[in-house]
Design a binder for this molecule. Structure first.
Ligand SMILES: Cc1cc2nc3c(=O)[nH]c(=O)nc-3n(C[C@H](O)[C@H](O)[C@H](O)COP(=O)(O)OP(=O)(O)OC[C@H]3O[C@@H](n4cnc5c(N)ncnc54)[C@H](O)[C@@H]3O)c2cc1C
Ligand code: SF4
Length: 323
């Protein structure tokens, strides 16, 4: 089933409101889209964190609550009751904007394809590197809690605000119940090895320029070379308008953003717009170690947190085609 489309127009974008830019993962393009939909009483679905720090899709109708689904949670999110809630919203003739990974956005579209109000369902998909298993993420939270001897109250996967941080850095912000705030990198270092990613992410059919959503949002990595005057260390988004109706809505979204229009080749700098992430061959060995030796061992042994010895081992494994 080929239901993917080449973008009609592509922009680099930054939300003008500085507070919203800081709480967004890249340039806040998603917030500008969602706020425009909320103004016309639409319902937004996106990924937030529940009280147990699970990444879950949640339903938002109040602009004050949009903050809950801003920012990237680098873990597979649960849909929970999203299908039932979307069904109810569409039955009532409401406009729905679903935002998430392309595979979930596509699944939602396919599920409601025959609904009489299907035309009221809009989707935003992300440029997507892949999602780690929640098992690894929760084991990491437990590891942090043990280290600090206090429960984790909030976890920001990629914090822009810490000293030496900003959009380019990938630093985790952990707030504990005892009010301590710490900055960590262990989970991130494991994420970028691709070892904890879902196997399906390695063969993802959405890792290309053709898109499933009405809109696509992502990080505009490389903007400093392509449009140096547009670069901002607090983040720049890419936003693709993939359907006629998205292009028609954009004049209502655009006033909240600073924008620069791009040609396709100026946007196609993201690896995951060209091909799926590579899942190392030694993934099984990583999982054996995870189950038998635990997360702390895996961070030391299987990520750049292990320093030079890990890098040498990985190089050798690559030479022997074991990575
Ligand atoms: C797992 C993951 C991998 C990503 N990989 C890349 C990449 O390789 N290249 C790239 O350019 N961009 C990637 N992104 C997207 C990027 O990090 C930003 O989410 C995107 O640029 C939107 O940022 P924003 O500033 O417009 O808005 P924000 O307000 O930061 O966007 C939040 C949006 O992200 C969604 N979201 C957050 N976490 C999840 C999740 N776990 N599952 C589903 N949806 C989620 C929310 O529903 C909301 O739509 C990834 C995001 C995630 C969650
Ligand atoms: S990489 Fe593909 S399969 Fe994996 S979460 Fe992203 S869209 Fe889904």
């Amino acid at each position: 089933m080929n239901d993917l489309r080449i973008p009609i127009r592509i922009f680099g974008a930054k939300i003008k409101n500085k507070q919203k830019l800081l709480s967004s993962q890249s340039g806040g393009a998603f917030t500008a889209v969602a706020e425009t939909f909320l103004k016309s009483n639409a319902v937004i679905y996106g990924c937030g964190m529940d009280e147990n720090l699970n990444a879950v899709y949640m339903r938002i109708t109040d602009p004050e609550e949009l903050g809950k689904i801003q920012g990237s949670k680098y873990v597979q999110a649960r849909l929970k009751n999203a299908y039932q809630d979307i069904q109810k919203d569409l039955d009532e003739g409401k406009t729905v904007l679903f935002s998430g990974t392309p595979c979930y956005a596509n699944a939602v579209k396919r599920y409601f394809k025959n609904h009489r109000f299907y035309k009221n369902l809009y989707t935003v998909d992300l440029i997507c590197h892949g999602v780690p298993s929640p098992k690894v993420y929760h084991a990491y939270l437990k590891y942090l809690e043990k280290k600090q001897n206090s429960p984790v109250r909030s976890f920001v996967f990629r914090d822009k605000t810490c000293q030496g941080g900003g959009w380019h850095k990938h630093i985790e912000k952990v707030t504990y119940a005892d009010d301590t705030v710490a900055y960590e990198e262990g989970y991130t270092k494991l994420f970028y090895t691709n070892l904890p990613l879902r196997p399906s992410c390695g063969t993802c059919r959405f890792s290309c320029m053709s898109r499933t959503g009405d809109f696509t949002v992502g990080d505009y990595w490389g903007v400093e070379q392509i449009f140096p005057e547009f670069h901002d260390d607090q983040g720049v988004s890419l936003i693709f308008l993939n359907t006629k109706r998205a292009a028609e809505m954009f004049p209502y979204i655009r006033p909240a953003l600073e924008t620069v229009e791009c040609r396709e080749e100026q946007a196609a700098v993201q690896p995951n717009l060209k091909q799926p992430s590579y899942i190392p061959k030694c993934r099984k060995r990583f999982w054996n170690d995870f189950h038998k030796k635990g997360i702390a061992y895996c961070i030391r042994h299987w990520s750049t947190a292990g320093g030079l010895s890990f890098r040498i081992r990985r190089k050798v494994m690559k030479l022997l085609k074991l990575w």
